[in-house]
Design a protein around this ligand. Structure first.
Ligand SMILES: C[S@@+](CC[C@H](N)C(=O)[O-])C[C@H]1O[C@@H](n2cnc3c(N)ncnc32)[C@H](O)[C@@H]1O
Length: 228
């Protein structure tokens, strides 16, 4: 799960990068995905089996997109979000003012929860950025209740559309941000991350069982729902 080429994913680098990107993060997601990331995130959560009053955590929550969709679709659920970037969390909190979502600063490789705590655990576009992704998956398994659901969402298999995305992203980043190099990291991290098939095998090796895999936007984005 560490990737094939060496790219700098030390927690310090990733933490600094998202702190610096935070102000432009949502704007750039909208630009780079032509707004489609909202649709994909919504569809993923809609198809996730969550008890109406379940206890749910969104890991690597960033600006809280998935956490807010969960709360919107399941108003009685207790929803929490964790991220280690204080600047991303500041925006998440601002955007979630009228909700009861709780956000905490923390590291996904060392979660401050007892075993078997959550009915559902979600992580979107996060695992790819974690140097010790193995440890993060072990933590997810540990905090999930038996029978609970784990949703992993990220880029899928490379195809024609994703190649176009990889070509235009650096240009858009140069036009709209002062941190074009961070978006070069995004492309590299995407190219070096495991494809959905291998991710599923990896999750299964940690004890998870596959519930379903769903592909969006012709497979540019893929989600895997696992259970414990
Ligand atoms: C690409 S963003 C995804 C944000 C959000 N889930 C979304 O879908 O828009 C990745 C997030 O993971 C966070 N992150 C990376 N490694 C982390 C770790 N070890 N512990 C907690 N958060 C981490 C970053 O700070 C960043 O906010």
């Amino acid at each position: 799960m560490t990737g094939r080429k060496v790219i700098d994913k030390t927690p310090e680098t990733i933490h600094l990068m998202f702190n610096m990107l935070s102000e432009k993060y949502d704007f750039m997601n909208n630009v780079m995905s032509f707004g489609t990331h909202h649709y994909v995130k919504y569809m993923c959560i809609k198809s996730l089996d969550i008890k109406h009053d379940g206890y749910v955590i969104d890991l690597c929550t960033g600006t809280g997109d998935l956490a807010r969709i969960i709360k919107k679709l399941h108003p009685d659920a207790i929803v929490e979000g964790i991220d280690f970037s204080e600047n991303m969390l500041k925006i998440a909190k601002k955007k979630s003012l009228n909700t009861k979502i709780q956000y905490f600063q923390g590291d996904v490789t060392n979660l401050p929860y007892p075993d078997n705590t959550f009915d559902a655990v979600t992580i979107g576009f996060g695992l790819r950025n974690i140097q010790n992704a193995e440890k993060a998956v072990e933590e997810i398994y540990r905090i999930l209740k038996p029978g609970g659901s784990f949703l992993h969402l990220d880029f899928g298999n490379p195809n024609f559309l994703s190649k176009i995305y990889e070509k235009i992203t650096p240009f858009l980043a140069k036009i709209f941000t002062e941190n074009a190099d961070f978006y070069e990291y995004l492309i590299k991290s995407k190219q070096n991350f495991l494809p959905p098939e291998d991710l599923i095998k990896d999750f299964e090796s940690k004890g998870f069982k596959l519930k379903k895999r769903e592909d969006y936007l012709s497979g540019v984005i893929s989600s895997q729902t696992m259970t414990k």
